[in-house]
Write a protein that binds this ligand. Structure first.
Ligand SMILES: *[C@@H]1O[C@H](CO)[C@@H](O)[C@H](O)[C@H]1NC(C)=O
Ligand SMILES: *[C@@H]1O[C@H](CO)[C@@H](O)[C@H](O)[C@H]1NC(C)=O
Ligand SMILES: *[C@@H]1O[C@H](CO)[C@@H](O)[C@H](O)[C@H]1NC(C)=O
Ligand SMILES: *[C@@H]1O[C@H](CO)[C@@H](O)[C@H](O)[C@H]1NC(C)=O
Length: 148
């Protein structure tokens, strides 16, 4: 239980950042080296060859579960969509409309659609953020806008 307090306070910090500011800077990128919390390794989507279409198709994100510390085994996670852009360090995470939430981190997978009501533009630098103990982002991948 060594990590419990740090994990909970980090999660609360993350959540309070979510409601206070947009776009947010992902806490974990600056603090990974200092904090003993679990940062997930996202295994899919795993590169720009991955092309999703906005609409009704069910997509998934997967992550490694064999390294989740005891203190985070019961945590639920949140998946947010963002994108990277040259010239700033923001992940542009859309904290208002998470793609998925309430799933168990130990599941290793979450399913969702990329609804066309998000009005996404086609980009090849989208990322997913998995937040649960600490957070981490996926590699960049492509989402194509909904057909008009
Ligand atoms: C974050 O995810 C990347 C892969 O997307 C992985 O290489 C890296 O190890 C992860 N960070 C940590 C702290 O686990
Ligand atoms: C996630 O989606 C990819 C691409 O469609 C698929 O290959 C993979 O089997 C899916 N993973 C799970 C756990 O459903
Ligand atoms: C996780 O849940 C189980 C079953 O409810 C409980 O026994 C265990 O103490 C919990 N672990 C943590 C770290 O909260
Ligand atoms: C998408 O566009 C419609 C029409 O302009 C607007 O009503 C809606 O709020 C937009 N959705 C988002 C998530 O911005």
């Amino acid at each position: 239980m060594k990590f419990s307090t740090a994990s909970i306070s980090l999660l609360l910090l993350s959540l309070s950042q979510l409601v206070s500011a947009s776009p947010i800077q992902l806490v974990s990128r600056a603090t990974d080296s200092e904090l003993d919390v679990w940062s997930p390794t996202i295994t899919y989507p795993d590169g720009e060859y991955v092309v999703w279409q906005a609409g009704t198709t069910v997509y998934n994100v997967t992550w490694e579960t064999d390294n989740i510390p005891e203190s985070a085994q019961n945590n639920t996670g949140i998946i947010m969509l963002g994108y990277l852009e040259d010239g700033d360090d923001s992940e542009h995470l859309d904290w208002r409309y998470p793609l998925a939430s309430g799933f168990q981190l130990t599941d290793g997978v979450a399913y969702f659609t990329v609804d066309s009501s998000r009005n996404l533009t086609t980009r090849d630098d989208y990322v997913l953020c998995l937040l649960g103990d600490s957070g981490n982002i996926s590699k960049e991948f492509t989402i194509q806008a909904a057909q008009a």
